[in-house]
Design a protein around this ligand. Structure first.
Ligand SMILES: Cc1ncc(COP(=O)(O)O)c(C=O)c1O
Length: 464
């Protein structure tokens, strides 16, 4: 790999990504005799103790969206009741599709959807997005005879869209963002052609936490009779409450005629445990193209609404319970706390000369600098225990605020650590991190070389 020493990158990554390899026992074969439950519990609690403390202390970006003890204990009780359920068998567990129907309809009502809205509960945001893109591909093949489908997406859209393009042979057509880090509407218009099946917009996008102009994008989609997917994976359970919390917010949901599908993640700000997201369509015509039905199988009638076959019932039950436990009031209160925390941090960072917040986000805050290398500030923050997400083009890092950051003194600590990190970079005390060269490389090397490099790292991660 040009200019990059693979072994030295792996050595740097080893301590973060494979920290236990030398210190703990590694199993490479199933032991002849099983181990005692206590031994296993001890082993796992060692890992859990170490790994849970950063997020409990509010030092992690995103990842754990709630995490308070009473809610975790409640989920444990639910798990005990439904651990054996499988959504693949509605004949054995008819309560599971009932919970799903209710999740879909409660989510649709948050998104101002009418009675015609259909959808399903998937395993996460990525699966919801894969499903929506597959549905558009098949719908527009039948409806308009499109055999070489193209999808227009802002370069800030989540990689699950390009993953969908790769899986389902759709051509991704990227548009740039403007000075406010929002998709350039004029560029979207220019890219539409007879093969376009849909447009994507995010509220907000992951990297910069900024909001694409969904109203304008939806109008273009409607004029051209194509799909418009709103990625509210990150925002679906906060967006509906932003205006009520006293902040400006544009219309983004099914109340815009051109919006044809929405993804929103119950396992993020819906506060359910990991393993669920909701994909919604304006009508059953799109949803029909998501469903798989095997017609001539020796194993009898087989159908699945989502990508998976067997689907654990627990995440579905827990997502349903989370929505009812929170209620609109609970979501509204959490949203307000997160938005106010975002406002505090945004204003404080803007007061630190040498750092800047990119665009005008609300609660996913991207930080960069015109004065110092932002990756060094990111590295200094890591040394202080913060686990933040790196960004590229422009270089920076972000903090996605969750309930953990609304806890006592967390926002103040973030701001003071940020100021001190900048100072130590200015003093030349911070050396480059393991990740910075990878980010730097990704922005200069050809796409193919970066891909080979990243895939080798993943193979290394999954090798003993
Ligand atoms: C805007 C956005 N869309 C989609 C996804 C994908 O969600 P998941 O990681 O649950 O697959 C994410 C994840 O962070 C996201 O931020």
């Amino acid at each position: 790999m040009d200019g990059i020493n693979f072994d030295s990158v792996l050595r740097d990554l080893q301590k973060d990504l494979k920290p236990y390899d030398s210190s703990e026992s590694n199993f490479v074969k199933i032991p002849e005799k099983g181990l005692a439950q206590n031994t296993l519990l001890d082993t796992i609690s060692n890992y859990a103790e170490r790994e849970n403390s950063p997020w409990k202390d509010g030092k992690v970006s995103g990842a754990v969206y709630y995490g308070d003890e009473p809610l975790l204990s409640f989920y444990e009780k639910l798990y005990h009741l439904v651990s054996q359920t499988n959504a693949l068998h509605p004949d054995i567990w008819p309560s599971i599709p009932k919970f799903e129907r209710e999740i879909v309809s409660m989510s649709a009502s948050l998104m101002n959807g009418g009675d015609g809205v259909r959808g399903a509960v998937s395993s996460g945001g990525t699966e919801s997005i894969l499903l929506a893109m597959k549905s558009y591909r098949d719908y527009f093949r039948k409806k308009k005879g499109i055999t070489e489908p193209e999808l227009i997406l802002p370069s800030t859209a989540h990689p699950s869209f390009t993953k969908a393009c790769e899986y389902f042979t759709i051509k991704p057509v990227f548009v740039e963002f403007d000075e406010n880090f929002r998709a350039k509407v004029e560029r979207v218009k220019e890219k539409i052609n007879a093969n376009t099946i849909g447009i994507v917009g995010s509220v907000p996008n992951f990297p910069f936490g900024t909001f694409d102009p969904i109203d304008e994008l939806a109008e273009i989609a409607e004029d051209n009779r194509i799909g418009m997917h709103v990625d509210a994976c990150l925002g679906g359970f906060i967006d509906p409450f932003v205006r009520e919390s006293g902040y400006d917010f544009p219309t983004f949901d099914f109340s815009l005629d051109g919006v044809t599908s929405i993804s929103m993640d119950t396992h993020k700000y819906g506060y359910a445990p990991k393993g669920t997201s909701v994909v919604l369509y304006r009508s059953g015509d799109y949803f029909q193209n998501q469903i798989y039905a095997a017609t001539a199988w020796h194993g009898g009638i087989y159908f699945t609404p989502t990508l998976l076959g067997s689907r654990p019932g627990f995440p579905i039950v827990a997502a349903w319970a989370a929505m009812l436990l929170m209620g609109r009031e609970g979501y509204r209160n959490e949203a307000k706390k997160i938005l106010d925390t975002g406002d505090f941090i945004k204003k404080s960072v803007r007061n630190i000369s040498g750092l800047k917040v990119l665009g005008n986000p609300l609660w996913v805050l991207a930080v960069s600098s015109d004065e110092v290398d932002p990756y060094l500030v990111w590295e200094a923050m890591s040394k202080k225990g913060w686990i933040l997400s790196g960004l590229s083009n422009p270089a920076g890092f972000h903090l996605a605020l969750t309930h953990r950051h609304t806890l006592d003194q967390v926002k103040e600590k973030f701001v003071s650590d940020l100021g001190r990190s900048l100072d130590s970079v200015r003093k030349g005390e911070v050396k480059s991190s393991a990740m910075a060269p990878i980010y730097g490389m990704a922005s200069v090397l050809p796409k193919e070389s970066t891909e080979v490099f990243l895939k080798s790292i993943v193979e290394w991660l999954y090798s003993q």
